[in-house]
Design a protein around this ligand. Structure first.
Ligand code: HEC
Length: 495
């Protein structure tokens, strides 16, 4: 099984003058950068028992992660993380940018691909007992990466700021508040306040684009380093500490298999992205009360699980049981110390793993079934589906100046009006009057209302709406005096 290899020496002992043509350039670089020994380090890693398709998932993950980084950078060229603009910029990417829908779909399906390949990678290393034999830190680094990837999926989901993103994240952040003692604080930390808005979006954006990726880079480096340090574990019949089977080098056969799998992943992602572009729904409307959020498929089991736990028992289901499972999972190589790797000789570990896996599949399936069985829910979900499809068909609509620049300028010029703007939004006035008071079919344009009604008249109609306002569904505005002043200052600033 021996294959041609790069000599493990550096080329310092070869005179440059003896090398010819391209080789000469190589020797020049190698003397300065040590390319030969780097390549040797990277490609000549011995694999006990030889190359196998079962080992391709780790590098497959690295590959999809790189694809996420690249597509993510391109998306970030257009994206603006604010409640006012996020949705418009994502709609712009989807509907206007050349190949924008394709790019966004690659990124969106990439996150699903990462979860799928991650599960395969975990299943393979678990069933092969590849965590055994001084590989505890390698396993723990992998668990951290798993958690970070889940974090990426969670933070990325909010960014398009459509109905689905907004309401699913509202549920997600609400779950955090179930944690005893620190729950409320945790929820406010994630949201950047009591409610979800621009501060939430910028926190999720910073986590998704800077903080978590930085941690992922660090842990990928640690994971690969620890993997190389421990050496490839090889097949299930192999001794994990001192391998006895004949080894094959990583290059060329395993590299070729890894690349084959990467190609398969590109092809699958490309086909999905091209034929079934990722959807974007209508912009998030916090005032909507009917919306039923449904998470991405890989969160469905968790979503279903949480339904079974409410009231005082919630802590058990939301915190205690997941913590126990997580501790057992992370602590696996510390608990399961035996060197036996054949799955059929490890009934407890493999049985528990299979059970958890089947439970996840079952929970996911039950979640789908619940939605189909409840006619009210099914109808609402169908309506949401239609709204999304209608939005996808509609042409791109740019923002009006009233909602964007003018509104941003208010915050800079007049802090009282800026507070009023927050009140305007938290009281959901924008649900009928539009962002920045541009008006919607449900409520009149408020730009210029200050010129029409002096402050005391304005206050009077807000406290005691006219018949026409009441007929349109506007109720009396109940605010403390100073908040009312701020709101009126904001209404006056809408010009
Ligand atoms: C359910 C929808 C709805 C909501 C929510 C709502 N309004 Fe109204 N509002 C209306 C309607 C309808 C009118 C009457 C429009 C007309 O006169 O044509 C109106 C009128 C007004 C007017 C008078 C406009 C004019 O030109 O005379 C003001 C000021 C106003 N709203 C402010 C607010 C503020 C501030 C809030 C948030 C606290 C709010 N509205 C929330 C529907 C709404």
């Amino acid at each position: 099984m021996d294959s041609p290899t790069i000599p493990p020496t550096n080329s310092d002992d070869v005179p440059v003058t003896e090398a010819r043509g391209r080789n000469r350039v190589f020797v020049w670089f190698d003397r300065r950068a040590g390319i030969n020994s780097l390549l040797h380090e990277a490609l000549d890693e011995p694999i006990p028992g030889g190359a196998r398709w079962a080992y391709v998932f780790g590098s497959g993950l690295l590959f999809v992660f790189l694809s996420q980084v690249i597509t993510g950078v391109f998306l970030a060229l257009y994206y603006v993380p604010s409640a006012d603009h996020a949705h418009t910029t994502v709609a712009y990417i989807t509907k206007e940018v050349t190949a924008g829908a394709f790019l966004r779909s690659l990124h969106s399906y990439g996150s699903s691909a990462i979860i799928v390949v991650l599960l395969l990678h975990i299943a393979q290393t678990f069933l092969y007992g590849s965590y055994k034999g001084r590989r505890e830190l390698l396993w723990v680094a992998g668990c951290v990466l798993f958690a970070l990837m889940i974090g990426m999926a969670f933070t990325g989901y909010l960014l398009p700021w459509d109905q689905k993103a907004y309401f699913a994240t509202a549920v997600g952040t609400n779950i955090a508040s179930e944690v005893p003692l620190v729950g409320e604080w945790l929820k406010r930390l994630m949201r950047g306040g009591a409610d979800m808005g621009t501060l939430t979006l910028s926190r999720f954006f910073v986590a998704h684009v800077f903080m978590i990726p930085a941690a992922i880079f660090a842990f990928v480096a640690a994971h690969i380093y620890l993997f190389r340090k421990a050496g490839a574990a090889g097949p299930i019949s192999e001794d994990p500490v001192s391998p006895r089977q004949k080894a094959e080098r990583f290059y060329p056969r395993q590299v070729t298999m890894d690349m084959g799998f990467a190609l398969l992943l590109i092809a699958a992602l490309g086909l999905f992205a091209y034929f079934v572009p990722a959807e974007l729904g209508p912009k998030a409307n916090p005032a909507e009360t009917q919306y039923l959020p449904r998470p991405e498929w890989y969160y469905l089991p968790v979503f279903q699980w949480l339904k079974y736990w409410s009231g005082p028992l919630a802590v058990i289901g939301i915190l205690a049981i997941p913590t126990v499972i997580a501790v057992l999972f992370v602590g696996l190589p510390f608990i399961d110390r035996g060197l036996e790797r054949r799955p059929w000789k490890r009934p407890v570990a493999v049985g528990a793993f299979t059970l958890v896996f089947l439970a996840l599949v079952l929970l996911g399936a039950l979640s789908r079934r619940d939605d189909r069985r409840n006619p009210g829910v099914a109808a609402q979900l169908a309506k949401q589906r239609e709204e999304t499809e209608a939005f996808m068909r509609a042409p791109f609509e740019p923002e009006t100046a009233g909602s964007s620049l003018a509104a941003a300028n208010v915050a800079l010029a007049d802090p009282l009006a800026a507070r009023g703007k927050t009140i305007f939004e938290t009281k959901s006035c924008n649900a009928c009057h539009g962002d920045g008071g541009v008006g919607t079919p449900a409520g009149a344009k408020l730009i210029g209302v200050g010129a029409k009604l002096p402050p005391d008249k304005l206050e009077a109609v807000l406290r005691q709406p006219t018949e026409k306002m009441a007929a349109g569904g506007m109720t009396s505005v109940k605010l403390k005096d100073e908040e009312m002043k701020a709101l009126i200052a904001y209404l006056n600033s809408l010009k």
